[in-house]
Design a binder for this molecule. Sequence first.
Ligand code: 5CA
Ligand code: ZN
Length: 503
Amino acid sequence: MTAVLGTIDLDHANEELGGILLPKAPERKEWSERYSEWFHRVISEVPIYDTRYPVKGTGIWTPFGYKLRRAVIEKIRDMLEEAGHEEVLFPLLIPDYMLGKEGEHVKDFEDEVYWVTRGGKDPLDVKLALRPTSETAIYPMFQLWINAYSDLPLKIFQIVNVFRYETKATKPMIRVREVSTFKEAHTAHASKEDAESQVEKGVEIYSRIFEGMKIPFVKSVRPEWDKFPGAEYTVAFDTILPDNKVLQVGTVHFLGQGFAKAFDIKYMKSDGGYEHVWQTCYGISERAIAALISVHGDDSGLVLPSTFAPVQAVIIPIVYKGKEEEVTNKCKEADCLLKSEGIRSVVDDRKDITPGNKYFTWELRGAPIRIEIGPRDLENSTAVLVRRDTLQKTTIQMQELVEGVHKMLKEIDFSLMERADLWFKSKLTNAEDVEGIKSKLDKVGGIVEAPWCGARGCGEEMEGKLDGRILGTPYKETHDVAGKRCANCGREASTIIRIGRSY
Ligand code: 5CA
Ligand code: ZN
């Protein structure tokens, strides 16, 4: 890091002397070799998320982190609203008799629920759960809201905190006990076909959200033993983190009529009879923000796609004695101009901090573009643009500033996507047998695809042998397995299975 900064300082000095040295892009050594430390360092140094609050599995969004979080939430909200979902807000507390209505659901969540049992000194008549997710809070109201065919489809979402007493090791943003950014969508439909097509739409929406974040993913139908409790099937989005481990960043569930029957949610059909509704739900959390941070970062810190960067362009005055005011004024002028064109810019005109230190700060914070303006630029009516991802410098004419910044933001976004995709593809491998899968998991990590017979017993046996997790089968992709044998048992393969070591 210091070496790179050293280069930049030298570079600028050189440039003032008329010579140009191109700085090298930051490395990704710490990022890949000590990812966990890297992640903790970045979220605490930027800072994004403070983990020092004395309740395990909770954390604090700092002002910068909150802006990043808000940018992500805004994108998600826009996408859902555009697709016809309306935002609501339900209570945090769920009475125990409601939480217990759907058998499988409560069985799986039982060990993860926090309970409120007292109001002041008085024991409560009805124990109240802190929602671990909101099916059992929302669906009793669906029962009241849905009566006729014309009430369907019903598509709502909320962005709330949920509580899960996670027993696996907690990890900031990735596995927390207070999920502070839980977006859950819930839909109800008149027919199975409608609901299943909503699953497809949910998957499409999530695909677009992750594409916007430039986070590569695969979509898998989770095996039966790993689906959401109460669902008929679960489609999960998995990405790969720099330590080669798999992270589930979102899930879309087909609920069938299970909850509708448990909560008696019915509508009247044209023939006067009643039918239970068909339902779906889909969720995403701050885990997706952790993925955004992790997938694009490097050893100098955050690297952010332009849509999500709280600051898209930082303007740094390169001041020399006697020229301070003139240079700073020019920077402020540029800042106004960029802001008026919808670019989130700031001038870092802090005194007594060297430009090198400012570069360091804004590289850490992942500002996509740094704009340097010095006395020479004043003379020539120019500005120097530096890309965060490659540290490449470009000198442009002042009157082309806005256009240049827009163009560079686009180029950065494109490169980030390309780099992330390339890396992800290098971690997506194939194998034909258990030995092969194991060797790929040990050497490459990531996700391995192999032919599979489809039998649950065989799958669970494989998980044991591989110390891995079966992520499931590809969602709506065709893979030719004709003539192939199951990687584990050798019987005829019916599908492809994905395996990884996961969070
Ligand atoms: N009710 C459904 C859909 S909203 C539901 O709760 N699905 S879920 O359990 O799969 O959670 C949705 C997403 O939240 C998961 O895919 C995962 O990315 C994220 N998530 C789950 N538990 C945690 C946790 N403890 N910390 C952070 N994120 C979590
Ligand atoms: Zn098999």
